[in-house]
Design a protein around this ligand. Sequence first.
Ligand code: NAD
Length: 467
Amino acid sequence: MTDFTMTIGGKAAAGAATFGVVNPATGEVFAQAPECTADQLDSAMSAAADAYVTWRKDEDTRRKAMLAAAEAIVAAASELTPLLTAEQGKPLSQAATEVYGSAAWLKYFAGLELPREIIQDDKRGLAEVVRRPIGPVAAITPWNFPLLLAFWKIAPALRAGNTLVLKPSPFTPLVSLKIGEVLRDVLPPGVLNVVSGGNELGGLMTAHPVPRKVSFTGSIATGKKVAASAAPDLKRVTLELGGNDAAIVLDDADPAEVAGKIFDGAFANNGQVCSAIKRLYVPENLHDELVEALAAKAKAAKVGDGTAEGTELGPINNRPQYERVSELVADAVAGGARAAAGGKSVDGPGYFFEPTILDNIDDGARIVDEEQFGPALPVIVYRDVDDALRRANATNFGLSGSVWSADTDRAAAVAAELECGTAWVNTHLVLSPSQPFAGTKWSGIGVENGPWGYYGFTEIQVIYRAK
Ligand code: NAD
C-alpha cells in the first residue's frame, strides 16, 4: 500500500520520501507513509493560518461541518477499521469502536451548549466573558488510540474556531492520513491539515512560529520537550502524558466480583492505555484468591492477530515497546517476582506477549515504579489502607486510579485521597466526551473533554459595555 497522502490546504500531498509502516501482528512493513518536508510543514501551517481567518467567524457553519464530518467518518468506517487494526494491532471490533467513538466526539462537541457568562449587569455596565479561539493548533498524537485521541483534540478545537495541523505517531500514521482524505471535501481547505513523519517533525511543529497552541498526547519524556519547545514564544499547551495508575482493592471486596473488571481495566487495548491499571495493591487476606482469579483470566484471554475471529488481545504495537515490556517483565522475574500467568513473549512472528500477572513483587521493582504500557500487571500486598495510599501516591505520575470495595462510600473516601485526575470506584477506564480527563503531577497539564476541554482551545475575552 503506497497510496497514502498528506492533506495540506485541502489538497493531497505526497512526501518527497516515504517511510515503512509495520503491521505488529506480522512484524512486516505493509504500507508506506509520506515523510513531510520542512517546506511542506510550512505550507500546512500557512494553510491553517489562512483558513483560521474565516473558520473562526461562524459557529453555526462549524457545527454543521462537524456533523457532516462525523457522518463522513461513519460512512468510511469499513475502510478505516481494518486500516487501524493493520497498523495498530487491536482487534477489529475495538478498532470499529474507536472509529465510531471519533464520530461521537465530533457530535458531542458540535452539540455542546455553553451558558452565556455575564459577570456584571448593573447601572455602570454590562461585562461578559466570551471565549475566543486561540488560532492554528499543532496536534500531536501517540500510537495506542491514533484516531480517537486525535478527535479528542480535533473536535473541541474545531468547535471553538481553531484550525489544526495534525501529526500522528510514525508507528500509526495511516488512519490519520486517511481521515485527512475522508474530510478533504467536508471541511473547508486548510481547516484540518494532516502531515506525517518521524519524531523530528513533531519538534519542528512545536517550535514553528505559526501555531498558537500545542495539544500533545504522548509520553512524559516527550511532553517535557514539547513544553520547553513551546515556551520561547509562549504557545499554549495541553499535555496528556503517561500514567502509572494504582488500583487499590479494599479488604471487604469480593475477588470473584472484581477480578474480571480489574483484568479489563489493566489489559484493555493490551495494556496500552495511558490510564490502564498498571499497579494493583491488594490486602493480604485477598491476595491468593485475587491472583488466582486474575491469572485464570490472563490464561483464558485469546491473544492473536486483530483480524482473527474472537481475538481479545492483539500484539504490542511496535518493536521498541515490545522490547520494553519484555525487559520489565524479565527484570521483575530476575528480582524474585513470580509469573502467575504469562511472563514471556509468544513464539512466532509479530510482537505478541503473553498476558502476565506478577506477584511476590514490591515497590522499587521497575515494573511497579515505571509505566510498562503493555500486557503485564504487578500485584503488590499492602499492610493497611494508609500504607496502600502512601504507596499509590509516592510517584510523579498522577493520571488516574481506582478503589474496589463492597462499600462504595468507603471506597469513595479512599478514592478522594488518590493524587490523580480521575479516581474510579469499582470500575476503571470509564471515559466519555463530557467527562473531563486530566493528569495531575507529571501526567499532564490542562484538560481534555467536556466544556473544560473546549475551554482549553479558547482564550478569555471580556467585553465590557459601559452604560
Ligand atoms: P511518544 O511521546 O513517544 O510520542 C507521542 C508523539 O510525539 C508521536 O507522534 C511522536 O512522533 C511525537 N514526538 C516524539 N518526539 C517529539 C518531540 N521532540 N517533539 C514533538 N513531538 C514529538 O509517546 P508514544 O510512545 O507514542 O505513546 C505512549 C505514551 O503516551 C505513554 O506514556 C502513554 O501513557 C501516553 N499516553 C497518554 C495519554 C493521555 O491522555 N494522558 C493517552 C495515550 C497515551
